[in-house]
Design a protein around this ligand. Structure first.
Ligand code: GMT
Length: 384
């Protein structure tokens, strides 16, 4: 199939999933075209069947903000015509579902060739935060309903979408995934020495875009509680609006010397591979791709029991889940993992097995392919 994928180029999970999906589809002999404002950071080296189309959004003195929605819809029309796309797959509803809808209307009206089916994948905050905001609700709900197909990354997000936006359209749940051939634990002891200078030190890690929903101050609080029980270090990987809040809080709690802010990292496997526990006390997580990446590197996760995380982690089996406010319980679970090697080995092994059995690309990407075929058939039937 000829597939257009629309996504964010940033380090967020939706852009990662969209990029990994494009790479795997191209490897499976589809003709894939990725459209974004910048080269997605996980796109990597040249791959046959995978083309990147940059969306340029010219500024103009009259505009207070860039008119990205218009330039994106315009680019979708151009690529759909030139590449005769069968599918346009919009990842993250805002504004990608709207751009897809507008592009399809233009293609229908101009009869410029085959009209692609528009599929929207909901990733989380496009529904639970932004989509539920009265500034976006009407347009987001309309464009989801107008999509030819809609998927969500978890059952939890599907429920949230029906509840928050009153959507009536069928939503297919297709979970996030990893390229299990590359995303695995690696030998990175040199990183431990370089970053914490303590070959035997225990390491906790957090990876996110440091936005309020990720509760990075809570990460530091849980770490400080753990550190009082079992001396350790904390790696804070990523960057965003709450980074300085976390740094200030670490200083207030007297643990600044053991909290290492490593900034935004394209490649996290080596950092995950030296970690003993991954902390994710988010307020909301539709799926928690970062937790899945830690599990693939055999790092037990201690996280909030919110959103889609309980669909990935079974408490006490392949990780630990607690209410977001329960920092003490999270700290106790993390300290137990650091102190009890047998427990750590058992949970780490179960975490890896969960990824390998349920969340590898070889299992999940065919679900997208089947869904594309299903939507195409339904669109053809409707056109008759
Ligand atoms: O976090 C966001 O604001 C957007 C998005 C992203 O691009 O990082 O994260 C969401 O999509 C990821 C990929 O599907 C999920 O793994 C994250 O759980 C989800 N974030 C939230 O729901 C807060």
């Amino acid at each position: 199939m000829r597939i257009g994928i629309v996504c964010y180029a940033s380090v967020g999970g939706s852009g990662i999933i969209a990029t990994e999906l494009g790479k795997t589809l191209a490897a499976r002999s589809h003709d894939v075209h990725i459209l974004s404002s910048d080269m997605p950071f996980r796109l990597g080296e040249y791959q046959p069947g995978l083309t990147f189309h940059r969306v340029d959004t010219p500024s103009y003195p009259l505009f207070r903000e860039p008119q990205y929605l218009l330039s994106l819809a315009n680019k979708i029309v151009q690529v759909a015509r030139s590449e005769r796309l069968d599918i346009v797959h919009a990842h993250y509803a805002i504004p990608h579902a709207t751009a897809g809808y507008l592009a399809r209307q233009i293609l229908v009206a101009t009869r410029g060739g085959p009209v692609p089916s528009i599929i929207t994948t909901l990733h989380g905050t496009d529904i639970t935060l932004l989509g539920s905001d009265r500034s976006y609700t009407e347009t987001v709900a309309f464009c989801i309903e107008q999509s030819d197909g809609v998927t969500a990354v978890s059952e939890s997000l599907k429920r949230d979408t029906y509840r928050e936006l009153g959507i009536t359209k069928d939503i297919r749940v297709i979970p996030n995934f990893l390229d299990c051939s590359t995303h695995r634990r690696v030998d990175a002891e040199w990183v431990r020495q370089r970053v914490i200078g303590d070959p035997a030190g225990k390491v906790l890690v957090h990876v996110s875009n440091f936005r309020p929903v990720k509760r990075v101050a809570a990460v530091v609080d849980v770490f400080a509680r753990v550190d009082r029980l079992v001396p350790a270090h904390l790696l804070m990987v990523g960057d965003g609006p709450d980074r300085d809040l976390a740094a200030r809080y670490a200083a207030e709690l007297g643990v600044a010397d053991r909290v290492h802010f490593l900034g935004e990292q394209d490649e996290v496997r080596s950092l995950l591979s030296i970690a003993d526990v991954f902390l994710l006390p988010s307020a909301q997580e539709s799926f928690g791709l970062a937790a899945l990446e830690a599990m693939a590197c055999e790092v037990p996760v201690v996280a909030s029991n919110v959103g889609g995380l309980p669909e990935v982690i079974e408490h006490g089996v392949n990780g630990f889940l607690h209410p977001p406010a329960e920092h003490g319980a999270m700290a106790r679970s993390a300290a137990e993992l650091l102190a009890d090697r047998a427990l750590h080995r058992r949970v780490a092994a179960a975490a890896l097995e969960t990824v390998q059995v349920r969340f590898c690309d070889g299992k999940i990407v065919p679900l997208y392919e089947d869904y594309y075929e299903e939507v195409l058939k339904a669109s053809k039937r409707a056109a008759v």
